[in-house]
Design a protein around this ligand. Structure first.
Ligand SMILES: *Cc1c(COP(=O)(O)O)cnc(C)c1O
Length: 434
């Protein structure tokens, strides 16, 4: 079947995510036929380097033999069983592994990131209610936060383009100043700025803690805000403040978990164990939809009771799907056997080094955290991101700039020749997009 045919059928029958469909009148969809390593191939064999890990989910490349094999084996055994009243080896093994990695011993599963946010918010509220503190029913988040787009998650998200239309449907939440170090004053260090933002958080929590259930944050990098990065001292202070005033700290590590920021989980860089960790995206290496919320014994125990209604009566049909859990176990096995964090450290240093050539362009805030790299292009063009995306595709590179921010979040398996290509093509195409 020809590409043209497929594109037409897609536009007629598929409602694509995060898209004004009318723009596809002038801006064609890209039909992808197969993936291999860091590359995506269209039906004509033209290839694109997946520099954004297919929306931040892929860790070890497309067509990864180990993850693929694990799923195939599971497929021959058990594809799915409901998790209410039943259990199976992959979900137990995965929960044990995640408990060991995070220190949080109870894993509740969903199918995507937004459902993990919903679960953490509901659990936090319900915990306080089970404790006789029903007035603790509000949530706070950071300015420019992103926690997903279902109604509850959107209620704690702070991105106008996603949120404003639905404002009448959303629960109210308050936003704390973002420690994004691009917002620091001239001469102010990232650490001083983070501490200043933490003081503002403290003032708010002191005044409102009796009505606050939880503070939800994206630790170290607010990815959807344009790879806004901040100093770990903010997480450490937020944890102290939340602990002191009995407000839960929810770490949304959906984007930053599994090594993206250099450590397995971003919170480790602040030596903080939050009350909840939300995980998804990279958890299955980008193979299958899965999310998990991990929490403490204390929170788990508050639901453990003779009364059914005190339990956490929340479910999704595919909760703990065995195929997805098996993909996650294979992904974690790669971390263990291949010393991934160490080799990423070296790779990250080399990529940062290569990126110095970009400083010849009109850019600012060249920055990185682990395997996330970004810079902001100085331009007045309101359509820069779309033009840049199109230029990148012509250069064999899948990039999705956020506003003026161009970023790389490549699969960890990217080779030296591939990241050289990525940086070189970026330099060329940013110049052409200006
Ligand atoms: C992607 C993302 C989500 C939402 O995950 P979905 O699977 O898209 O619902 C939530 N929080 C963060 C930080 C994310 O990056």
């Amino acid at each position: 079947m020809s590409n043209q045919d497929l594109l037409h059928r897609s536009l007629v029958s598929v409602w694509h995510p995060c898209t004004q469909m009318k723009q596809h009148e002038t801006f064609p969809l890209v039909p992808i036929h197969r993936g291999d390593g860091a590359w995506l191939y269209d039906a004509d064999g033209k290839r694109y380097l997946d520099a954004v890990s297919s929306w931040w989910v892929n860790l070890f490349g497309h067509n990864n033999p180990r993850i693929k094999e694990a799923i195939k084996q599971q497929l021959d055994t058990l594809e799915h069983v409901m998790l209410a009243g039943f259990t199976h080896e992959p979900v137990v093994a995965l929960s044990e592994k995640l408990a060991k990695l995070t220190g949080l011993g109870h894993a509740f599963y969903g199918s995507d990131g937004a459902s993990a946010t919903e679960i953490a918010l509901k659990m936090s509220f319900h915990y306080w209610r089970n404790r006789g503190q029903s007035s603790k029913a509000k949530f706070i988040s950071l300015q420019n936060s992103y926690h997903g787009e279902t109604l509850g998650a959107l209620g704690v998200t702070d991105v106008a383009i996603f949120k404003d239309t639905y404002a009448p449907l959303l629960m109210q939440s308050a936003q704390m100043p973002s420690p994004d170090f691009r917002l620091a004053e001239a001469g102010e260090s990232a650490e001083d700025f983070a501490l200043r933002c933490a003081n503002a958080l403290e003032n708010y929590v002191v005044a409102h803690h009796h009505e606050l259930a939880a503070f939800i944050i994206e630790p170290l990098v607010q990815c959807a805000a344009g790879m806004a990065m901040y100093h770990p001292v903010y997480i450490a202070r937020a944890h102290e403040i939340c602990t002191q005033y009995e407000v839960h700290l929810i770490a949304d590590e959906i984007a930053v978990g599994f090594g993206r920021t250099g450590t397995m989980f971003a919170c480790e860089q602040a030596s903080v164990m939050p009350d909840f960790i939300c995980l998804s995206k990279g958890i299955t290496g980008g193979y299958l939809p899965l999310s998990a919320v991990l929490t403490t014994d204390d929170i788990y125990q508050s639901f453990y009771h003779d009364r059914t209604a005190k339990g956490f009566l929340h479910s999704h049909s595919y909760t703990g799907n065995p195929l997805a859990c098996r993909a996650a176990l294979a992904t974690l096995a790669i971390f263990e056997s291949d010393a991934v964090l160490q080799s990423n450290y070296l790779k990250s240093t080399m990529i940062v080094d290569r990126m110095q050539v970009l400083t010849d362009l009109p850019i600012k805030h060249l920055r990185h955290k682990g395997m996330i790299f970004a810079f902001d292009v100085i331009t007045e063009d309101a359509h820069f991101s779309r033009r840049c995306y199109q230029q990148a595709m012509q250069h064999g590179l899948l990039l999705r700039p956020i506003g003026n921010t161009v970023y790389f979040m490549p699969p960890y398996t990217i080779s030296e020749a591939e990241f050289d290509f990525m940086v070189h093509q970026t330099s060329d195409m940013v110049r052409l997009s200006l």
